[in-house]
Design a protein around this ligand. Structure first.
Ligand code: ZN
Length: 139
């Protein structure tokens, strides 16, 4: 075959883009895929909990106004929301009183405004913590 027959003509390019268009999943299809992979059907199902990179407990949740793309929410926020019987706003932060990010007992949680929380941690940044982030002294 002569060289150049494989060069993409304008029509050819159009055909390729049309073919690829079909491969782009519609939003509903994406949701169906997600639904199918979530929960018990997921091969790596671990009871819907995992630990975030920062060391917080994440739980799998289906309905929430501030749900992230992968469907996980911080457990400490959910526990606070249940106790307040309302959703937390993005300006609200749940602080772990003893510094242990995995200790999500309601007694260990404290609701704070984002800016106040930042201030709070700014002050106690010098405080010594153990391996899992608990404060070694109580100041
Ligand atoms: Zn905090």
């Amino acid at each position: 075959m002569p060289r150049g027959i494989y060069l993409r003509t304008k029509i050819h390019c159009k055909r390729i883009s049309l073919a690829n268009k079909g491969k782009v999943f519609s939003l509903t299809h994406k949701l169906k895929l997600r639904e199918a992979k979530l929960g018990e059907k997921h091969p790596r199902w671990k009871g819907g909990k995992r630990i975030s990179r920062e060391g917080y407990v994440l739980v799998l949740i289906r309905k929430h106004p501030y749900l992230t793309n992968d469907g996980y929410m911080f457990e400490h926020r959910i526990i606070m929301e249940k106790s307040l019987k309302r959703y937390l706003t993005p300006e609200e932060v749940v602080h772990h009183k003893n510094g242990n990010k995995r200790d999500n007992r309601i007694e260990n949680l404290m609701l704070m405004k984002k800016n106040k929380h930042g201030e709070f941690h700014g002050k106690s940044r010098q405080a010594k913590r153990d391996k899992i982030g608990r404060f070694l002294d109580n100041n």
